[in-house]
Design a protein around this ligand. Structure first.
Ligand SMILES: Cc1cc2nc3c(=O)[nH]c(=O)nc-3n(C[C@H](O)[C@H](O)[C@H](O)COP(=O)(O)OP(=O)(O)OC[C@H]3O[C@@H](n4cnc5c(N)ncnc54)[C@H](O)[C@@H]3O)c2cc1C
Length: 462
């Protein structure tokens, strides 16, 4: 990186908020995606702004000098959205991590982007409030990253995704201008909804520096249950039946036999290793209605062929089931060194067909695909267990992903439900969108970022 640029950056954010050594810069080349870094893709510098003014100065300079800027929260995205590119500035927001305000009267929070999701949930809960979006990375991903990815999670089946909780944003545009979108109000139909445009924009349009979040009353109680099925088809059919029944569970997570075995061997939670699939189900709300709701869900499960239904009767049992689900992704590393977590999403009624399609594609290409998912909202994480050193296997994995994209689109689905497009899926945007829509999206990017400095290559192929 040019020495004069480094000197300006040091002047803007201070020496302690810059990383310039080779080893430290190398540590910021990755995210949680399976994409591999080319040696040339080393950032020129990593910058940790402490306030909006500093973000603005950094972007103004980068825009003037046409230096690419890769925005980063905790780097837990799995779509290659925070991977560095050659001689870029990595702009890391995790030192802007204050909860600025928790407003009980208006049920809202104002936070900086680096606040960890789980921390916000805990602070809100102290006031009897609830922030529902709960990516399974909630203990380490940032709210800024969650907003940029429009993150989901198990609770979204009942409560909706991050987008549904964002009332307003402070955003620094690529030219350094600072704008404030939305308001503290629940209702707002004033002008174009720029807030929604930024949510899920994966750091391609602006850097989010402040977030106004809607909170809701905390449910009185939550109860979980585990339903065990002989086959994946029976579990998938149950998801469709529960969805059609009018009951809205607070969670409906699907795990296939590969996941069940791995989780059991990793976390020892008492999962039946011979089951074809399990559903982890939750209901929440007033304590007295929970048993009744679970009873109805259990009836539907039995009618669809469930072999066993275990209801959690204590907080400890509830927590064990949650721990099992949270261990899912990590448990897969027992099997093979490379894990690719896909994110295809179909209408709920098509889940049984999609589950069957995943198996068919795995067999066709001779690859291992385990399936876990927020099945309640049709979001299945087809998870490839493979070894990136095996070239032949990786070619088969790639061909299987291509087939999965086609299968998803044929079932009226979308190529990402919550993980985003990043660099990993940019090449599939042409399959998902018609040329006119894609051109419109690219012209929006160009309007906000004419020099293409922010996250170039993310969302749209370069
Ligand atoms: C074990 C595990 C479980 C996961 N479970 C889920 C899940 O259940 N649901 C789910 O949705 N995701 C899940 N994820 C994916 C990931 O945690 C989410 O995408 C999360 O929202 C990323 O947050 P982050 O702070 O790590 O952002 P990063 O990974 O650092 O960044 C994500 C994207 O947002 C951009 N960005 C970050 N901060 C800002 C900002 N302030 N302004 C503008 N752009 C910004 C980045 O450039 C990048 O494109 C999981 C990941 C792991 C590793």
């Amino acid at each position: 990186m040019d020495k004069r640029v480094l000197a300006y950056l040091e002047q803007y954010v201070g020496k302690n908020n810059l990383l310039t050594t080779l080893e430290k810069r190398f540590s910021y080349t990755y995210d949680a995606s399976p994409l591999k870094l080319a040696v040339a893709d080393l950032p020129g510098v990593v910058v940790f702004p402490e306030n909006t003014e500093q973000v603005s100065k950094v972007l103004r300079l980068a825009n003037e000098k046409k230096i690419p800027v890769i925005v980063r929260g905790a780097g837990t995205n799995v779509s290659g959205g925070a991977l560095s590119i050659e001689d870029c500035i990595v702009l890391c927001l995790n030192r802007m991590n204050r909860i600025i305000e928790l407003d009980q009267k208006n049920s809202l929070a104002i936070v900086e982007p680096g606040v960890i999701n789980g921390e916000l949930q805990r602070e809100a809960a102290k006031l009897g409030l609830f922030y529902p979006p709960d990516p399974q990375s909630s203990e380490f991903s940032t709210i800024g990253g969650n907003v940029a990815e429009n993150a989901g999670g198990p609770r979204c089946v009942k409560y909706g995704v991050t987008r549904d909780y964002i009332l307003g944003l402070e955003v620094v545009l690529p030219n350094g201008d600072i704008i404030n979108t939305g308001a503290k109000t629940i209702k707002n139909v004033t002008g174009y909804d720029l807030t929604r445009l930024f949510v899920g924009s994966e750091g391609t349009l602006g850097v989010i520096t402040k977030i106004i979040l809607k909170l809701i009353p905390k449910p009185e109680a939550t109860k979980l249950a585990l339903a065990v099925f002989p086959t994946m088809e029976a579990a998938a059919d149950t998801v469709a039946r529960i969805s059609a029944s009018g009951i809205v569970p607070a969670m409906m997570e699907f795990l296939d036999n590969i996941y069940i075995r791995n989780i059991e061997e990793y976390a020892h939670v008492g999962f039946p290793k011979d089951a074809g699939a399990v559903l982890i189900l939750a209901v929440d709300g007033d304590e007295e209605i929970l048993d009744k709701s679970l009873q109805r869900i259990a009836e539907i499960c039995r009618a669809a062929g469930a072999m066993q239904i275990q209801v959690a009767h204590t907080t400890k049992e509830n927590n064990e089931l949650m721990r099992a689900r949270q261990a899912a992704f990590a448990s897969m590393s027992r099997l093979n060194p490379t894990i690719i977590g896909e994110d295809f999403t179909v209408p709920r009624s098509n889940i049984p067909k999609m589950v069957a399609k995943i198996q068919e594609i795995a067999q066709k290409h001779g690859v291992i695909i385990a399936t876990v998912g927020h099945a309640g909202d049709g979001n299945l994480h087809a998870t490839f267990s493979c070894d990136e050193r095996n070239e032949d296997e990786m070619k088969r994995v790639e061909a299987a992903i291509d087939d999965l994209v086609d299968a998803t689109l044929a079932l009226d689905g979308v190529i990402s439900g919550e993980h985003g497009i990043g660099r990993f899926k940019a090449k599939y945007m042409e399959k998902q969108f018609d040329p006119a829509q894609l051109a419109l999206m690219k012209s929006i990017k160009n309007l906000f970022d004419p020099n293409n400095i922010l996250n170039p290559g993310v969302m749209f192929k370069e």
